[in-house]
Ligand binder design. Structure first.
Ligand code: SDX
Length: 430
């Protein structure tokens, strides 16, 4: 038997051996599966010390600020790759040959349109509905259109569902925006690249043939790469949990979208912009830092802190550089929000509270500044995150479903409620 952890329990006269499992990178894990038969559960609300699964997709080292997609550093992929190539890498585990890349990109292109009936779903929403609410609805509704690919045990069905989701998310995201501003929907253009096509569906209008700027398309593509996957975060874990029951992939991705929406998770990019606008000027920063440190104040510095990163989020570092490039490209000098963000970062990183708690800027701190500069409304920021993260979600879903001994995820609990009580007739209740 390999390494073990020995656990002495009160009701056992000898220690039990719990196997220590090693991955290729990162800490060992203690396999506690045997505990239940000894009459015990582990207890770890928030999963701070829990590895919920084995995975080969993404690795994070929070102390060193390392993020690898299938072993490739995020910095290299952001600089040298593009989003569809990263999608291929996350889904299939290897960078594609030119032939495989062309085949994959063409496969995506032929699935970018959505069923015309789906466009009628939007009419049921108010024009001012939050686009994340609309995305939860229309992505979940995709399962009503694809009865030809819902046998999740069929690898080909899983693959076509993955391709459809990756291809259709930009179309649906742009439809959310167009619906909210009363513009006609714009169809995808197969002659365009993935990110250029998205910006075109977002911003083009029938009466004008302005094409998206190549620089902004490249910046958008980099944002998509940086948000594509991130190990077992809350929304990915939600997709895995939903998928473990055998639910169809479209419903599972809709569940992931719902989980991502929260301000503690993917909703933070929208919250960062609101916070920077509320701070308004660098001279107000000390007041907000004080609020962030005040335990009696629920205010938190949005875009700072991370469950795993106790160092710089490598994505934030790449995005900070992209901010400079995009703002310069757009001729936006001295963007007040970017100035506040840079000043806030410098002050926070020297502040004892943030240093002691290892609170660094995360991926959401700078993304909103770029998206806002590109003309994307704040309430669309998390939709962009969901669009990008769909490939990560579906790669994890596929990995889980493909596991030989996959079973429904069904955690237990520590029950602290009432013991068994007798029913009392209503006239006897006080
Ligand atoms: C994403 O998991 C992922 O990988 C997510 C993500 C992905 O790609 O999928 O990386 C994307 O969600 C990034 C995170 C975006 N969220 C925010 O920026 C919201 C602001 N950040 C915090 O809400 C918080 O940092 C979390 C939610 C991100 C992490 O929370 P944890 O791990 O539960 O940390 P914690 O709440 O236990 O905080 C530890 C301490 C606490 O103080 P004490 O109780 O120990 O005294 O740090 C404090 C917290 O009060 N703290 C903050 C803070 N974040 C943590 N104090 C002020 N401002 C903050 N932002």
């Amino acid at each position: 038997m390999g390494d073990v952890a020995k656990l002495t329990l009160p009701n056992q006269n000898q220690a039990i051996d719990l196997p220590l499992l090693s991955g290729t990178l990162g800490p060992q894990v203690v396999d506690v599966g045997a505990l239940a038969k000894h009459g015990y559960f582990t207890f770890d609300p928030g999963f701070r010390s829990t590895a919920a699964c084995e995975s080969k997709i993404t690795y994070i080292d929070g102390d060193k600020g390392i993020l690898l997609y299938r072993g490739y550093p995020i910095e290299e992929l952001a600089e040298k790759s593009n989003y569809l190539e990263v999608c291929y890498l996350l889904l299939y585990g290897e960078l594609p040959t030119q032939e495989r890349k062309d085949y994959f990109c063409n496969k995506i292109k032929i699935h970018t349109m959505v069923h015309e009936q789906l466009s009628h779903f939007f009419n049921g929403f108010r024009r001012d509905a939050h686009p994340m609410a609309v995305m939860c609805g229309v992505v979940g509704a995709l399962s009503a259109f694809y009865h030809d690919s819902l046998d999740i045990l069929n690898e080909k069905h899983r693959e076509i569902a993955a391709l459809r989701l990756i291809a259709k998310m930009p179309t649906l995201a742009a439809m959310c925006y167009k619906y909210s501003i009363g513009h006609p929907f714009v169809y995808p253009q197969n002659k365009m690249g993935f990110s250029e096509n998205f910006l075109n569906m977002m911003f083009s209008v029938p009466c004008d043939d302005t094409q998206p700027s190549p620089t902004l398309s490249k910046a958008m593509d980099k944002i998509f790469i940086l948000h594509a996957d991130h190990e077992q975060n809350a929304s990915t874990s939600t997709v895995r949990l939903a998928g473990s029951s055998g639910a169809n992939p479209f419903a599972c991705i809709a569940a992931g979208i719902a989980a991502l929406w929260g301000p503690a998770h993917g909703g933070a990019n929208e919250a960062v912009l609101a916070m920077l606008e509320e701070i308004e000027t660098p001279k107000n920063i000390p007041k907000y830092l004080a609020r962030a440190k005040d335990k009696s104040d629920p205010f938190r510095l949005m875009g700072f802190g991370h469950r795993v990163y106790k160092n710089f989020d490598p994505r934030a570092t790449v995005l900070r550089q992209s901010c400079h490039e995009v703002l310069n490209e757009l001729g936006i000098h001295n963007d007040p929000l970017f100035e506040i963000a840079l000043t806030l970062e410098q002050i926070a990183l020297k502040d004892d509270y943030f240093v002691e708690k290892k609170l660094y800027p995360n991926v959401d701190f700078y993304s909103g500044i770029i998206l806002r500069a590109m003309g994307i409304p704040t309430n669309m920021f998390t939709v962009i995150f969901a669009l990008s993260r769909t490939v990560g979600w579906i790669a994890h879903w596929n990995e889980m479903i493909g596991e030989p001994n996959q079973s429904i995820n069904r955690p237990r609990q520590l029950y602290t409620g009432e013991k068994d009580r007798k029913y009392t007739p209503i006239e006897q209740r006080k």
